[in-house]
Write a protein that binds this ligand. Structure first.
Ligand SMILES: Cc1cc2nc3c(=O)[nH]c(=O)nc-3n(C[C@H](O)[C@H](O)[C@H](O)COP(=O)(O)OP(=O)(O)OC[C@H]3O[C@@H](n4cnc5c(N)ncnc54)[C@H](O)[C@@H]3O)c2cc1C
Length: 368
């Protein structure tokens, strides 16, 4: 990454939680990444939203770190990649594209796709690149739980996609509090944007952001709200108890729930009512600011599409390959083109949503 430079835009130091609440939370733009909760001891989570629980020192930190208040992609890209993304790079800047899967057969069945995320985090832990991995696990009712994993088995136990919004970044604060010095994190594009802001903004606060060592990003078109998805779709429409669900997946335009030998499904374009509202103003499909991004689209079933972006991302990918922890296949041009089209589609949705918000006087301050 390029040397830390001064961030050129206003840093909102004079702002407080009131502004965050007014500009972001009440406008339903909050992506509930957990960044403000993680890094401000005066903010906690209350019913799926950040809430002030103590006096507001007006330090501006929550406003400055929120990925929805201001996101200057070109400036961040220059700092991370030393150049700005070109128009014809819908998946962002990456060094190579491949298809891969974890070698461990016991994880292959449990992982969402190729288990590459699990393999990369285990490789990073076992080679000393990280001393812990912040992952998103779940309980038996599929409620998400951010966790600080310190063994390969703990990382593997968090494999699999939970299609519900979760403040995973709070796990980074847990890792800092527990004294870890090289923290790996896996999360959705908004969570990666949040942590990059924490790393790159030139704020006077030092609380361990230099301990974030590796960011693994997930492709993401949108996420869902537990309180909508489970009672209405899983239990209501499909008649399944949360504890009986084995896996969720999105494939070929269908949202699928797998339970034993049953498969219940619904076209993805009929799931809008369960989508987290704060996903609307997001353009980032491929977690463009991550060290390495992983997704399913573009690869065959049981494999993952992998985009190493930074030196750190490329090194961990190559070392996992060299160690035999993952096997690599070629990603097809057709598969990559499909991923690119989905990314462009998300960007178009973002432009429409942003125009609507701006016309309502909502200050969307995102430079793409
Ligand atoms: C909300 C969401 C939407 C997605 N949408 C798409 C899509 O549209 N197209 C596409 O190609 N891929 C999408 N993905 C990515 C895909 O589902 C897989 O996560 C990815 O292919 C990696 O698979 P894997 O087998 O390598 O991961 P695994 O080895 O199974 O590891 C998955 C990791 O994801 C983390 N995780 C799981 N759920 C969450 C969550 N809710 N928030 C943060 N971290 C989580 C876990 O910590 C785990 O370590 C989405 C992922 C999420 C979480």
């Amino acid at each position: 990454m390029a040397a830390k430079e001064k961030y050129p835009e206003p840093t909102y130091l004079e702002y407080g939680f009131g502004e965050l609440e007014y500009d972001v939370i009440k406008k339903e733009l909050c992506c509930y990444c957990g960044n403000c909760i993680a890094f401000c001891p005066k903010i906690d989570k209350q019913e799926n939203r950040p809430e002030l629980i103590d006096y507001d020192p007006l330090c501006g930190l929550c406003y400055a770190y929120c990925p929805r208040t201001m996101l200057d992609m070109p400036t961040m890209e220059k700092k991370i990649f030393e150049r700005v993304r070109k128009e014809d790079e819908p998946l962002g800047i990456y060094k190579k594209a491949s298809s891969a899967r974890i070698a461990r057969s016991d994880v292959q069945g449990k992982a969402q796709d190729g288990g590459v995320v699990t393999a990369l985090l285990i490789q990073a832990l076992e080679s000393g690149v990280i001393d812990c991995a912040v992952v998103t696990g779940r309980d038996e009712k599929w409620r998400t739980v951010p966790k600080v994993a310190t063994t390969a088995e703990e990382i593997a136990s968090a494999a699999g996609t939970k299609y519900t919004i979760t403040p995973s970044v709070t796990g980074v604060q847990m890792a800092i509090d527990q004294g870890f010095k090289k923290i790996g994190f896996v999360g959705t594009p908004c969570q990666i944007q949040a942590l990059r802001k924490v790393q790159l903004l030139d704020e006077p606060y030092q609380f361990g952001q230099d301990r974030i060592a590796l960011l693994v990003g997930l492709f993401c078109m949108e996420n869902f709200e537990y309180e909508q998805l489970f009672p209405k779709l899983v239990q209501g429409t499909f008649g399944l108890k949360p504890e009986d669900v084995d896996k969720f997946e999105i494939q070929k335009g269908m949202f699928r729930v797998l339970s034993g030998d049953k498969v219940k499904e619904i076209p993805i374009d009929q799931t809008d009512e369960y989508v987290w509202k704060g996903c609307g103003p997001c353009f980032d499909f491929a977690a463009e600011l991550a060290d390495i991004s992983v997704g399913s689209v573009g690869s065959k079933s049981g494999w993952s599409t992998v985009l190493p972006r930074t030196d750190a991302g490329a090194q961990i990918y190559e070392s996992a390959l060299a160690a035999g922890s993952i096997e690599e296949g070629a990603v097809s041009e057709k598969g990559l083109a499909l991923a690119g089209r989905l990314a462009k589609g998300k960007e178009e949705r973002f432009s429409t949503k942003t125009a609507e918000l701006l016309s309502q006087g909502v200050p969307v301050n995102i430079r793409r």
